[in-house]
Design a protein. Structure first.
Ligand SMILES: Nc1ncnc2c1ncn2[C@@H]1O[C@H](COP(=O)(O)OP(=O)(O)OP(=O)(O)O)[C@@H](O)[C@H]1O
Length: 269
């Protein structure tokens, strides 16, 4: 007779593998608490929305996950490893890419050069490699340029590759930034308000491209005030306020949650 399966495991859905696991994070700035005990798990292949009123701590949480800020306490795990003390560059290498609310491209560099800047350290960047293996370095550079061009096509900016980035609109700069982070082949992409200040036509392109990246298997963590975009992309949403989780559920459930509505109203008042 087969041994009975313990109830706790037989009924439990298999836990989705977390790409990003932020554990009980706290971040204070000169005594002011921006993130006050926030935990969040982004599963492999998931698109998770992060909403909350201005000042809730969303961007600070991104900065902690991406490594540009170190937590006051708590831990960040990426792909099953504790990376809390690692640099932002190491975390890019571990497959985390992030965009900023206001992209800051190198304005005097071309659009193509800006995308190339997103490549992980290449052999071509070391003098020694140039000296010892110039043919290999040239091949690497050509591969990087081909990849950057493919990504520019993906974000519909191919026609502008030779232009300086300063000619791009705000929405185009967001697309450029997306291409730049894709150079490092991220598994998880953190998008900080991709819809803000973007015209409706470009926003549709951004939404389509995010869907297509997710269809390729990339996990997406999306900070966004535009609930239409959140509803179209995310099946799960976490709302935060005052640095803490406030509610979690489907976009419709969270948007109609009384505590969430009150937090937004409080932020407006
Ligand atoms: N570098 C910093 N130094 C001091 N205070 C900071 C710093 N970064 C963020 N804060 C403070 O932390 C709190 C949370 O800010 P954060 O930008 O994370 O919120 P947010 O939810 O992203 O807001 P928004 O939706 O307006 O972008 C705010 O009170 C902010 O002023």
């Amino acid at each position: 007779m087969p041994s009975p399966v313990p109830e706790a495991t037989s009924n439990a859905a298999p836990a989705a593998r977390a790409v990003i696991d932020a554990r009980d994070l706290v971040k204070t700035f000169d005594g002011n608490t921006a993130v006050a005990g926030m935990s969040l798990r982004l599963a492999a292949g998931e698109m998770l929305g992060l909403i909350g009123p201005n000042g809730a701590g969303k961007t600070t949480l991104f900065n902690l996950i991406a490594g540009s800020l170190k937590p006051t306490s708590g831990e960040i795990w990426i792909g099953g490893l504790d990376v809390s003390q690692e640099s932002p560059e190491r975390r890019i290498g571990r497959g985390v890419g992030r965009t900023f609310q206001i992209p800051k491209p190198f304005l005097d560099m071309t659009v193509l050069e800006n995308v190339l800047a997103g490549a992980q350290a290449q052999d071509g960047e070391t003098l020694l490699a140039n000296f010892l293996r110039p043919g290999h370095v040239r091949r690497q550079e050509k591969l990087a340029i081909d990849k950057a061009r493919t990504l520019l096509e993906f974000v519909t900016l191919s026609g502008l590759e030779a232009q300086p980035a300063r000619v791009l609109s705000g929405g185009q700069r967001k697309l450029l930034e997306l291409a730049r982070i894709l150079m490092a082949d991220p598994q998880a992409i953190l998008l900080d308000e991709p819809a803000a200040g973007v015209n409706p036509a470009l926003l549709e392109i951004i939404i389509e491209r995010v869907l297509s990246l997710n269809a390729e298997g990339k996990s997406i963590l999306l900070i966004e005030h535009n609930m239409d975009m959140v509803s179209r992309l995310c099946s799960r949403v976490v709302a935060m306020a005052l640095g803490k989780p406030l509610a979690e559920g489907t976009p419709a459930d969270v948007a109609s949650n009384a505590a969430v509505i009150e937090a937004y109203l409080g932020a407006v008042a």
